[in-house]
Design a protein around this ligand. Structure first.
Ligand SMILES: *Cc1c(COP(=O)(O)O)cnc(C)c1O
Length: 445
């Protein structure tokens, strides 16, 4: 990979830095950084050569090739030695053909990218493999880093903790007490992180971790660190590859801190620059009404971000009022003919469980994206002839409280339209037959 290189670059300025520096924002003007690649070098290979290389790696059992991220390593971290890569075979997630749901919604094609089918059960693995690999590389080079830390709404901490445990690097996670699922909480505990539950929300945890990581020996793992974006952006490359290098008309993604939508756009930017695709999709960001600062800014034509106090939402991983990646996400919406939609608690809960009836198993954030799809179909913003991809960000298995609560009709303020109750019965054949005949009749199509 000798020809390829990348550096941290100010998103809106000329300053740039080595990827081996411990740096998260531009010291010149405080802007976010992004990883910029030598696109001239990448363009020296033809699109056909890249496609052939990526296809060949799909058939390889080499550790780096088996990762969806590292199989695109020239576009991700071109200068890292392969032996420094920390991978849990992330990526290559299924593109679920949601044909039954598409039919219900009168849509030509609907596919759901199941990013939660991954080691720790969310898309956060895609970015974390890159960040922890780079830290591993820096430690091996003798750069003094004692631990990696993050603030999290649950999934980031699970991913950080797993990759660090694999690499033998200490990790520290700050969680908002009582605001994440049991499955999410137990992951970093199991993987041996230093776990701090703070009596605040995500935005409060974010402030603390930024203070803690003023000390350069504690490396910051939040998506403000643009290394994460480089891993997450491969989702776009992977979707195009899975579609035979075609591009869907519209992609819907749930947004909280807005790193993931920034990554999605950057992935398409790269594909376009390398000639892998020639068309742009439209990008839709879906937010929960209870945590909607991006939606509100969009409504005001992106005059500026006004942070909000995020209210409690079932979509707990996006309960964020002051999204760090706002400038990048704004650009993503502007560049990709985008829209921002907000979805109520009732809508997200119903959308998730309606989709489950067609074979999916949706987390509440995926429910937010599916709820947005329903709205955009209802007012025909998304038309019948479109091919749509919905990004499912986590596995439903991480959100059992949400799913049980829904089916038992016990979620506060929600009336569960798609609840599927359990029938309690005596072990009596007559009683059983009565229930079966009634219920089978009700479900006959
Ligand atoms: C982190 C996360 C999101 C939001 O991603 P951002 O990059 O913060 O916008 C959505 N869904 C799940 C399940 C997540 O863990």
């Amino acid at each position: 990979m000798a020809n390829f290189s990348a550096r941290f670059h100010n998103i809106d300025g000329d300053d740039s830095y080595s990827l081996d520096e411990v740096i998260y924002r531009s010291p010149v003007n405080g802007n976010l950084l992004e990883v910029r690649h030598d696109r001239t070098a990448l363009a020296e290979r033809s699109p056909e050569e890249w496609k052939a290389l990526f296809a060949a790696r799909r058939g390889s059992f080499k550790p780096a090739d088996m990762s969806g991220i590292w199989s695109k390593r020239e576009m991700v971290l071109p200068e890292i030695p392969e032996e420094d890569i920390v991978t849990l075979q992330e990526g290559w997630s299924p593109l679920f053909d949601a044909s039954a749901l598409a039919k219900e919604l009168h849509l030509k094609k609907l596919q759901v990218k199941l990013c939660g089918n991954s080691h720790t059960g969310s898309f956060k693995d895609l970015g974390m493999t890159v960040l922890v690999s780079q830290v591993n590389h820096m430690i091996k080079k003798g750069i003094p880093i004692d631990a990696v830390a993050c603030a999290s709404t649950g999934d980031t901490s699970a991913a950080l903790s797993a990759f660090c445990a694999k690499a033998g690097i200490p990790s520290i996670v700050f969680l908002p007490a009582g605001k994440i699922s049991t499955a999410q909480l137990i992951q970093p505990i199991s993987n041996g992180s230093i776990v701090l539950a703070l009596d605040t929300d995500f935005d409060g945890c974010m402030q603390i971790v930024q203070e803690v990581t003023q000390d350069n020996r504690i490396y910051l793992a939040n998506s403000m660190n643009s290394l994460r974006i480089e891993g997450q952006k491969t989702i776009s490359v992977e979707i195009c590859q899975q579609l035979g290098w075609n591009v869907p008309d519209t992609i819907i993604i749930p947004g909280g801190n807005l790193g993931n939508v920034s990554a999605l756009a950057k992935g398409f930017d790269d594909c376009l620059a390398m000639g892998l695709i020639t068309k742009k999709p439209r990008i839709v960001v879906a937010q929960a009404e209870n945590a909607n600062p991006f939606y509100l800014a969009y409504q005001r034509h992106f005059d500026r971000l006004v942070p909000v106090k995020a209210k409690k939402t079932l979509a707990s991983a996006i309960q964020i009022g002051n999204p760090v990646s706002y400038p990048k996400a704004k650009k993503a919406i502007e560049d990709y003919n985008g829209i921002v939609v907000e979805v109520s608690e009732q809508e997200l809960a119903d959308a998730a469980h309606r989709a489950d009836r067609t074979g999916l198993y949706c987390c509440p954030h995926t429910g937010v994206a599916l709820g947005a799809l329903e709205k955009l179909r209802a007012d025909n913003t998304i038309t019948e002839d479109e091919e749509v991809v919905v990004i499912s960000t986590a596995h439903g298995l991480k959100f059992t409280e949400f799913k049980v609560g829904y089916h038992e009709n016990k979620l506060e303020g929600i009336s569960s339209r798609y609840a599927n109750p359990i029938f309690k019965a005596a072990p009596d054949i007559g009683e059983v037959r009565d229930i079966l005949s009634r219920e089978m009749k009700a479900r006959r199509r």
